[in-house]
Design a binder for this molecule. Structure first.
Ligand SMILES: [Zn+2]
Ligand SMILES: [Zn+2]
Ligand SMILES: [Zn+2]
Length: 148
């Protein structure tokens, strides 16, 4: 995955600097969304030091290239798992266990574009997140209710 992301940077004409490579590796190994402070702390544990401004700039770049995304609900950053799949990348976020699922659907984008065009608005991209329960948490909750 890090290798794929490095290729994206290169084909888009960006230098694969050491800090960019380091932040990529951290995002890639993460099990949950990370704030820039989390990233800084994890790097420090490996004896690497990046300041916040650098980390923010790198995350901005990664987000603009769809290598990473910022979650709307928490502001945490995650690596993109869809690659260059068409359509805006969106998330389903379980508010109980934090499980994330990323998806993209071109049809959904088109529908939203048509909707906003009724207001003479010209959409460039969509940010969206569904908050709720993953299948595991949903099942658990209903089992509990069933036993009560
Ligand atoms: Zn993505
Ligand atoms: Zn869950
Ligand atoms: Zn879209």
């Amino acid at each position: 995955m890090v290798q794929d992301s490095i290729q994206v940077l290169q084909t888009q004409g960006y230098k694969v600097t050491k800090p960019r490579r380091q932040v990529l590796a951290i995002l890639n190994g993460a099990q949950r969304p990370l704030s820039p402070y989390d990233i800084q702390r994890l790097l420090r544990q490996q004896g690497k030091h990046l300041n916040h401004v650098t980390i923010y700039r790198i995350l901005d770049l990664f987000c603009s290239l769809n290598l990473a995304h910022k979650l709307l609900s928490t502001g945490g950053f995650v690596k993109c798992v869809l690659g260059d799949k068409e359509g805006c990348h969106r998330f389903m976020v379980c508010h109980r266990c934090g499980t994330l699922q990323e998806f993209a659907d071109e049809g959904l984008c088109q529908e939203e574009n048509e909707f906003t065009r009724n207001f003479d608005f010209h959409t460039k991209y969509h940010l969206s997140e569904s908050s709720g329960l993953c299948s595991n948490c949903y099942r658990k909750q209903h089992q509990k209710q069933g036993n009560a």
